[in-house]
Design a protein around this ligand. Structure first.
Ligand code: SF4
Ligand code: SF4
Length: 349
């Protein structure tokens, strides 16, 4: 392949070069103790060798909480909140997180476009980086290998001595203007694609599996372990459900309409007027969450709506693994198929 070579020693000057052009957000360990995307104030604080960030870059386009409008009750007037584009470079993004952003783009562009998300998203430039899969990543099973550059402007492929810097768009090329610490690279870079976790079946087969798994006993078994905390939803880069509520001030003269992220594993998620909760059982909520990742949207798009980041498993306080759930459904489906074939044979005999 053709690209540029960036040595380890040139990484900090490279980050400083990016930051001299635009605001940069990158993985950082100093602010919260675990890896989180933060604005770069010192290039030395950036951590490029990491397993996964606590939250994906989704947080910049779909904030956990935002005010949509403010209103006055005495004259019935209201004022919409102005939304600003996030004009920034997102550096060191793993490709499954960018694939998740592309899935959110699909969700928010179609049918009834979600303007706040789309406006924030417009100004983003992405510089990706390859990673070593740990025991929880399974992105390759959902079609994303660690060197997939789809959607990026620049991409850093890790090598022993530094990085092969792949230029993918005009915006990416422009970011390198005036940066002298790169040399031309011709050849192959090492590919690290050894995943320890994987799904037993591709989406084409999962479509059949999920069509036959609604009553699988695993939903009740998992519900016995699950504490309904919603961490799996809130850390998932492809979850996008939110709630909108009116908060009236104590003087009853004004108020705001606010939106906050919500999650289908939380009990109140399906609460409707009158206090009725139509997905009250944890087993039903668990099934709904997994069906949202592999059936409901996937039947329309043909793609899993999970990017295999492993967050919902690694951060689950009950140790519930999405890979184990899907693989159990596949095994149960295969066993049922064998039984059905046996019964057919004996009927024909
Ligand atoms: S993170 Fe685990 S325990 Fe919490 S709601 Fe999700 S599956 Fe249940
Ligand atoms: S469902 Fe789990 S593994 Fe899949 S994208 Fe969401 S958090 Fe990651």
């Amino acid at each position: 392949m053709k690209g540029m070579f960036l040595s380890k020693e040139s990484v900090v000057p490279f980050i400083e070069h990016l930051a001299s052009q635009q605001k940069v957000f990158a993985p950082n360990k100093k602010v919260h103790g675990s890896i989180t995307f933060e604005e770069v104030n010192d290039a030395n604080d950036v951590v490029l060798n990491y397993a996964r960030a606590l939250l994906s870059v989704k947080k910049y386009f779909l904030p956990q909480r935002e005010t949509l409008l403010k209103y006055k009750l005495d004259d019935n007037s209201f004022e919409k909140q102005e939304i600003e584009q996030v004009n920034a470079i997102f550096l060191g993004v793993h490709n499954y997180d960018l694939q998740a952003v592309l899935k959110l783009d699909y969700n928010f562009k179609n049918n009834n476009p979600e303007k706040n998300y789309l406006k924030r998203r417009e100004g983003a430039v992405f510089v990706g980086i390859s990673y070593e899969p740990d025991n929880f990543h399974f992105s390759q099973s959902v079609g994303i290998d660690p060197h997939n550059t789809n959607g990026f402007d620049l991409f850093l492929h890790k090598t022993e001595e530094g990085f092969v810097l792949e230029v993918l768009t005009k915006s990416g090329e422009k970011l390198l203007d005036g940066f002298g610490e790169i040399s031309e690279f011709q050849g192959e870079y090492p590919r690290n694609e050894n995943f320890n976790a994987s799904l037993y079946a591709p989406q084409s087969k999962l479509k059949e599996v999920f069509a036959n798994s609604y009553d699988n006993p695993i939903w009740k078994e998992m519900a016995e372990k699950c504490v309904g905390c919603g961490t799996c939803n809130l850390t998932c880069p492809t979850c996008f459900c939110f709630n909108v509520e009116d908060n009236v001030g104590i003087t009853l003269k004004d108020g705001s309409r606010d939106r906050h992220l919500d999650g289908c594993m939380l009990r109140g998620f399906t609460e409707v007027a009158g206090g009725e909760i139509f997905r009250d059982e944890l087993a039903g909520r668990m099934r709904h969450r997994i069906y949202r990742k592999f059936k409901y949207i996937s039947d329309i798009t043909g793609e899993p709506w999970c990017v295999g980041c492993g967050r919902c498993t690694i951060f689950c306080p009950a140790g519930i693994s999405i890979v184990d759930i899907v693989n159990r459904l596949v095994s149960d489906y295969d066993k049922q198929q064998v039984l059905n074939e046996g019964q057919m044979t004996s009927v024909l005999d």
